[in-house]
Design a protein around this ligand. Sequence first.
Ligand code: HPA
Length: 267
Amino acid sequence: MIEETVDLIKKKIQGFNPEVGIILGSGLGELAEEYCDISIDYKDIPGFEASTVKGHKGRLVFAEINGKNVVMMQGRFHFYEGHSIKKVVYPVKIMKKLGVKTIIITNAAGGVNSSFNPSDLMVITDHINFMGQNPLIGENEDSMGVRFPDMSEVYTPEYVELVKNVGNDAGIDLQEGVYMALTGPSYETPAEVRMARTLGADAVGMSTVPEAMVAAWAGMKVIGISCICNSAAGVSTVGLSHEDVIAAAEKAKNKFKTLVVEVIKKL
Ligand code: HPA
């Protein structure tokens, strides 16, 4: 299947060799509207699914950004949509086969750390996989990575520093911290958010971890950026809604775009 997918994509992109991959999270897809040389809808790609979540479009976008060839996922596959965990990470394997060396994985998240504010951006330094799933279960694909991969530096430390420096230079305040992934689709209870904080999480969300694990396993450099869209349940008294999450991402989108574009320049 992987070969079929890669062949089809290569035919469509005709010699374009992406070196950077980006997964655009909820409300953060605009980068792929601004920079789009070639696009392929997921529905036309074998092994991909049409995306169903509001705020997610469902296409692969290829573009040159700041002199680098980039492939962007405008919309991702979430485990909570009912996709198998293998489906969720399939595009990352395709990126690897297309030659991507560095992946920037972004998401909308809830702030567990009480010093975070809605529309803050957080550089992910590490994660906690609380999805009860591991995308590497099953026969190991030796051409991609080893059976028992080291996860001590999933988020490339030198790139965490690079993102922080770029933020600094661009006047964008950045938070940093640990992202905990739960399956969703329900938001957490206040007790679950207290648990997340006790376990060392600064943000909670429903994505990113499976993709980051597969990318690290496959030897890619990984950058994770969360848009803190709300205070997680119980951190503030405000209730949670997907509309508010999208609105907060919308508010953050300009600094998010600036950050990503400037980071790409420095890779
Ligand atoms: N929890 C989990 N996922 C999220 C949240 C949240 O509070 N906000 C945006 N995505």
